[in-house]
Design a protein around this ligand. Structure first.
Ligand code: ZN
Length: 269
């Protein structure tokens, strides 16, 4: 079963042709988890999942949006309650050290304050996931110079006793990857694997056991080769599976099956 474990068909990028994009997902007989980044996109993800049986939703406030709106836990709790079981994860949540300057433009006094607020809201998401017995979808991104985002995420997860979720669009190093897997987390890989020239992702994919891998598009972003630069969509996730199969010297059918089973198990699909 082909599963795109992280897409945003709930975003504006699909407002003109959403039904065609959904049609292509149905053609692939795939499952898709649409992930919220703020309250409105979380609500949209839930609503999509309520009308389309092969779609599921994750709800949360992305760390880059924490100065745009308040993280109102009660509102998210209500959304879970009214979703008829179609919310399968909390996220995306986490720490983003790449976009810290954007938060400073919104009137925050210094970087330390931004980081502290991100961490506080991340912890609130973790508690919400634990209280509702849901998986976490974690976003991490290092800064250009500040490479501590994944270490800090690991520390928060450990402190909070979190063991269930995925570190999506994994961008940490191999040592950090080993720590997350040891804690019980899956790692999610996007179309970046098809054009990464650093060799960093390849090294991690060679090491990681197939039963800890999730595949994802992060659509509309990060379209894999051969669609690089275009708007991404869930059906393209098979190109991610193909590249991982090539790196791990396995058949693409096997990678699709294992990663589909992983997603089914993690999110109770
Ligand atoms: Zn995303």
């Amino acid at each position: 079963m082909l599963v795109d474990s992280h897409a945003h068909l709930n975003f504006e990028a699909y407002k003109d042709d959403l039904s065609e994009v959904i049609g292509r997902c149905l053609q692939e007989q795939m499952k898709v988890i649409n992930v919220g980044a703020a309250y409105d996109t979380s609500l949209k993800a839930v609503n999509l999942a309520l009308v389309e049986p092969s779609f599921y939703s994750a709800i949360g406030l992305h760390p880059i949006h924490i100065y745009d709106e308040e993280f109102n836990v009660e509102h998210y709790q209500d959304l879970i309650r009214s979703s008829k079981g179609r919310v399968v994860a909390i996220g995306e949540t986490g720490l983003d050290y790449f976009h810290l300057w954007q938060s400073l433009e919104k009137g925050v006094k210094d970087i330390a304050a931004v980081k502290a607020k991100q961490a506080k809201i991340f912890r609130e998401h973790i508690k919400l996931a634990q209280q509702n017995n849901l998986a976490l979808i974690i976003h991490g991104r290092n800064g250009k110079e500040d490479k501590t985002a994944y270490q800090d995420i690991y520390q928060v997860l450990k402190d909070e006793g979190a063991t269930r979720g995925v570190v999506h669009c994994y961008g940490g190093n191999l040592a950090e990857a080993k720590q997350f897997v040891e804690l019980g987390f899956y790692l999610g890989f996007t179309g970046i694997v098809t054009f990464d020239k650093t060799g960093g992702l390849e090294e991690i994919i060679k090491w990681i056991p197939a039963n800890k891998i999730l595949i994802e598009t992060d659509a509309p972003y990060l379209a894999p080769v051969p669609n690089r630069g275009k708007r991404n969509e869930p059906a393209y996730v098979k190109h991610v599976a193909e590249k991982i199969a090539e790196i791990k010297n396995k058949s693409v059918e096997e990678i699709i099956e294992v990663t589909g089973n992983n997603a089914t198990k993690l999110f109770n699909l």
